[in-house]
Design a protein around this ligand. Structure first.
Ligand code: FAD
Ligand code: NAP
Length: 407
């Protein structure tokens, strides 16, 4: 078999990137991106974590068979069978989970900043990936407000890969009113790294068409990029950049408690989390903590992904909770609008018990305006126990347990 010295210097440990050594047979051509080292009919090369999925796809395209994947400088090789089950599933089983948790048998991995290993900026605005729209479905029921769409794009031809909690950029076609190409707009990814078809070939978004009355002119205005996205038809091209974002990543710990505070399209990353936890069957990630979603929406008909969420909750009653704040249908005790912060206050005792546990993470995503509301709810909840929320929040942030993405 191989000798470590033969590959030792091919690609050493790079900062922020754990490396994996691949043993591959049957490659039709020397088309992989790392320099292979031939021994005993196999080739060996070293791949950083964030290139694993792309490299596996390339190997498959070139007719190669992965015989083993070994963390460089660490323990046992992964069996090729599990590595080949699907390219990202291979990364799931070889690497255990999203943010670079040590592979099995690699217990002494160096402690790194969360997100050090996640894919980042594979496609830049100057050279975006051109995907194809596969589907574009309405998420708002009758009587609901506005247009919100679930979109799925085919990304099978390129190297785009991502993990739950990241965003992609979209570039609308055409030019702005100064004759320049439109700027990138970010959208939270709503699918797991494996995509809605669990084949590693798609990425999905949850997009609201922005529309408002211009306060100066009174003109009814539609947002540029959100209108482009909401109007896409199957087969249409879509220019994609990224992925970006390390703020909203799931922790490696499968026993963590994940508290999600979302308004409107802020559900997108939480859909990805929940699908990974309860819909997929990943060998390297079996969720066994508590996932609690607080979801703020204007009307019942605006409960995005309602059927899926409720089915998932019914099937996983010990591991998932679902709390709606339906602002224009439900009222607080004092007759006010039911916002997410009111639900936080109602659940103060239980929530506070959870927040104090080191394995609990809180995520907030959606309207920028919710931030102050959530703070108000948390201040009341913490205040019941004599705790200063702002101080506590600083500590949670330091511990990488307080995750915020508002827009
Ligand atoms: C990290 C991140 C993740 C995001 N994720 C999502 C997501 O998952 N889903 C989603 O739908 N969106 C998401 N967004 C928002 C998204 O990036 C776009 O900002 C949004 O779609 C609007 O872009 P647009 O091109 O349609 O609007 P634009 O044509 O860019 O118009 C936006 C501009 O219109 C003006 N404007 C907007 N509202 C009003 C108003 N009420 N009154 C007066 N002027 C106004 C403001 O000047 C604003 O800058 C995310 C944003 C970020 C930063
Ligand atoms: N023009 C349209 O047709 C149209 C349609 C949908 C949404 N929108 C606007 O688009 C924006 C966001 O849309 P979206 O799809 O992401 O979300 P969305 O579906 O509108 O849901 C956002 C939810 O958050 C609530 N909310 C508002 N302010 C809050 C605060 N300070 N704290 C906590 N909760 C708060 C909203 O309540 P309330 O909205 O009841 O106050 C609503 O229940 C909003 O500004 C919304 O008004 C416009």
């Amino acid at each position: 078999m191989y000798s470590t010295s033969a590959i030792g210097n091919t690609n050493g440990e790079t900062a922020g990137n754990r490396m994996f050594r691949y043993e591959v047979s049957g490659l039709r051509a020397n088309g992989v991106s790392q320099t292979p080292v031939r021994q005993s009919g196999s080739v060996f090369f070293t791949v950083p974590y964030n290139r694993m999925v792309a490299e596996m796809r390339r190997i498959t395209r070139l007719g190669g068979k992965i015989l083993s994947i070994t963390p460089v400088g660490e323990g046992a090789a992964q069996p090729a069978a599990s590595a080949m089950a699907s390219s990202s599933n291979a990364a799931d089983s070889a690497v255990a989970s999203s943010n670079g948790a040590p592979a099995k048998g690699a217990a002494k991995a160096k402690k790194k900043k969360p997100g050090a290993d996640v894919p980042s900026n594979i496609y830049k605005p100057k050279n975006p990936y051109i995907g194809k729209c596969m589907s574009n479905d309405s998420l708002v029921g009758e009587g609901g407000s506005g247009i919100v769409q679930h979109l799925t794009f085919d990304i099978s031809e390129g190297d785009l890969e991502y993990v739950e909690g990241q965003s992609i950029g979209i570039i609308a076609p055409g030019e702005d009113d100064r004759g320049r190409a439109h700027k990138v707009r970010l959208y939270s990814i709503a699918s797991t790294r494996h995509g809605d078809n669990v084949d590693d070939k798609t990425v999905s978004l949850c997009v609201r068409q922005l529309e408002y009355d211009d306060p100066d002119t009174g003109e009814h205005v539609y947002g540029t990029c959100s209108t482009h996205l909401c109007g896409l038809k199957p087969g249409d091209d879509v220019a994609i950049t990224g992925p970006v974002g390390k703020e909203m990543l799931l922790p490696d710990d499968t026993k963590a408690n994940i508290i999600m505070l979302g308004t409107g399209t802020g559900i997108a990353p939480f859909r990805a989390f929940l699908w990974r936890m309860f819909k997929e069957n990943n060998p390297g990630y079996k969720f066994d903590g508590l996932a609690w979603l607080f979801f703020g929406i204007p009307y019942s008909a605006n409960i995005l992904y309602k059927d899926d969420l409720e089915k998932m909750q019914a099937e996983n009653p010990d591991n998932m909770r679902l709390t709606y704040a339906i602002s224009r249908e439900q009222k607080t005790e004092s007759g006010g609008k039911m916002y997410i912060q009111e639900r936080i206050k109602e659940a103060a005792d239980e929530l506070w018990g959870l927040i104090q546990k080191p394995e609990t993470h809180l995520y907030m995503c959606g309207l920028r305006g919710m931030e102050a509301g959530v703070d108000e709810g948390m201040t009341a909840a913490a205040g019941k126990f004599g705790v200063d929320w702002k101080e506590y929040r600083r500590q949670l942030k330091k511990e990488h347990r307080w995750h915020v993405e508002v827009y």
